[in-house]
Design a protein around this ligand. Structure first.
Ligand SMILES: Nc1ncnc2c1ncn2[C@@H]1O[C@H](COP(=O)(O)OP(=O)(O)O)[C@@H](O)[C@H]1O
Ligand SMILES: [Mg+2]
Length: 450
């Protein structure tokens, strides 16, 4: 934590009057600090208290250090600093905590740091006049949720359905170009996964164009809630100061909301909607706003979204989905049928699937695929009762083609080779469109007969 602020105690604020969990209440007798300011406890330079809110003459703070050395009556003073993280070229290839401390074995970076609570440049929103389609090589993504520069795609699903593996495959396929710059943000997930990703990137050239931030499941909610803003601060710098295009990966954005919720419980705030306090959704929007494109540069994000109890209607999942341009839904039942990636073709939606963005041919094919999948869904129920032979020939053809499409969208991933021993596959958008057309025109069926 020493890297965060050169701690010079400023004017006195007051004394600690109560302690509960991570929450520390300070009776203000002296100068009033700023919100988000770090406060210094007398004789405990290792402790950092961050001001969260005020209740008349009380400052309610969060103890960021999770240490047990505090007690009532201790004197507290201002530091006139906030939590900062290093930004800029020196951070490339490095791994940091939410407080900007190195998590690799590299040196601490003390110059060129920025406060994580102060967004920069989001007033110049820019959705990008020229829509640039990026190819991911993953058939179902390129076809249903086009990956457009400067936009946001969500990978949504319950536990163990393949969100992390799909996010890794995206990183593997889209970060290889020399010019690309990636920011990876690990929030509240397995520590092992972060280490594995770091080791994998180190073996390739990708790491030197990547900055990573982690606050995994072992961190306090305060720290977990700060990783997103920390990574956003880094992205904003590259976008606004260097005019770069950034690829931004988060696994998992739901954990950000979860951390904020835990934190507001710690602060004694009352939850409402589905156990979430309303302020957490406002904070989510603030973070998502920071991850947008401006006239200087773009941020293209891939966000994994955990669904609690496989319930897509969860208020937090809904709030996150509203911020995304495309929502790729992964489903347990699809995964159980051995289809990888386990995409639910009907629940997956994208506002970017328009003829102006993907072109007329792609757009028409997408409409046909959605129609045939819709039909498949209702035919499935009929077949369960009367059997496939009772279907009309036209229905049977559609049913068979829908099954072929589901199979077609299954593909082996380079990052999953260690699970199943099969090498990864990459498909260009044209190969994907040709394959789908072939199925819809019945050519695939003819070939099977031969
Ligand atoms: N595309 C895939 N190919 C092969 N196995 C996969 C694939 N996606 C997921 N798996 C298997 O499922 C497990 C859980 O996937 P993971 O991405 O960690 O789930 P989530 O992040 O949604 O909890 C993996 O460890 C792997 O065994
Ligand atoms: Mg995961």
């Amino acid at each position: 934590m020493r890297t965060n602020a050169v701690k010079i105690a400023g004017s006195e604020v007051g004394v600690i009057k109560s302690l509960r969990g991570l929450m520390v209440e300070i009776q203000i007798t002296g100068e009033r600090p700023d919100v988000k300011e770090l406060l210094i406890v007398e004789n405990h330079p290792e402790v950092f208290l961050e001001v969260s809110l005020f209740k008349t003459d009380t400052a309610v703070c969060i103890n960021l250090t999770n240490s047990q050395v505090l007690c009532c009556g201790q004197k507290v003073s201002r530091s006139n600093t906030k939590v900062t993280v290093p930004v800029g070229p020196k951070t490339l290839g490095r791994v940091f905590s939410a407080l900007g401390e190195p998590l690799d074995n590299g040196p601490a970076l003390n110059d060129n740091r920025r406060a994580i609570s102060e967004p920069s440049g989001t007033k110049n929103y820019h959705k990008g006049k020229k829509l640039e389609l990026l190819e991911t090589g993953i058939k179902v993504i390129d076809f249903l949720t086009p990956f457009v520069k400067g936009r946001k795609i969500g990978i949504v699903g319950g536990a163990g359905v393949g969100k992390t593996v799909l996010t890794m495959e995206m990183i593997h396929n889209v970060t290889r170009s020399e010019k690309s710059l990636s920011i990876y943000c690990g929030v509240g997930e397995r520590i092992r996964e972060g280490n594995e990703l770091y080791e994998t990137l180190k073996e390739t050239e990708v790491l030197k164009n990547t900055v990573m931030f982690f606050g995994q499941m072992d961190s306090t909610p305060a720290i977990r809630s700060m990783v997103g803003p920390a990574a956003a601060t880094s992205a904003e710098y590259f976008r606004d100061v260097e005019g770069r295009d950034i690829l931004f990966f988060v696994d998992n954005i739901y954990r950000h909301i979860q951390a904020l919720t835990e934190l507001s419980t710690n602060l004694g705030l009352i939850p409402s909607e589905g156990g979430y306090s309303p302020t957490v959704f406002a904070e989510l929007r603030r973070l998502e706003d920071r991850l947008s494109s401006t006239d200087k540069g773009s941020i293209t994000s891939v966000q994994a979204v955990y669904i609690p109890a496989d319930d897509l209607s969860d208020p937090a999942v809904q709030a996150i989905s509203q911020q995304l341009d495309s929502v790729l839904v992964l489903s347990r039942s699809v995964a159980e049928n051995g289809i990888r990636p386990a995409v639910d073709l009907l629940k997956t939606t994208s506002s970017l699937l328009t003829s102006t963005i993907v072109g007329e041919r792609h757009y028409q094919l997408a409409g046909k695929v959605q129609a045939i999948m819709q039909k498949y869904d209702s035919l499935k129920n009929i077949i369960a009762i009367v059997g496939e032979n009772e279907l009309s020939p036209a229905d049977r053809t559609d049913y068979q083609n829908a099954k072929r499409l589901i199979q077609f969208f299954s593909q082996d991933f380079a990052v999953a080779e260690r699970y199943n021993g099969r090498p990864g596959e990459y498909y260009t958008i044209d190969q994907t469109l040709d394959g789908i057309e072939k199925i819809l025109l019945g050519k695939a069926a003819e070939e099977e007969k031969k």
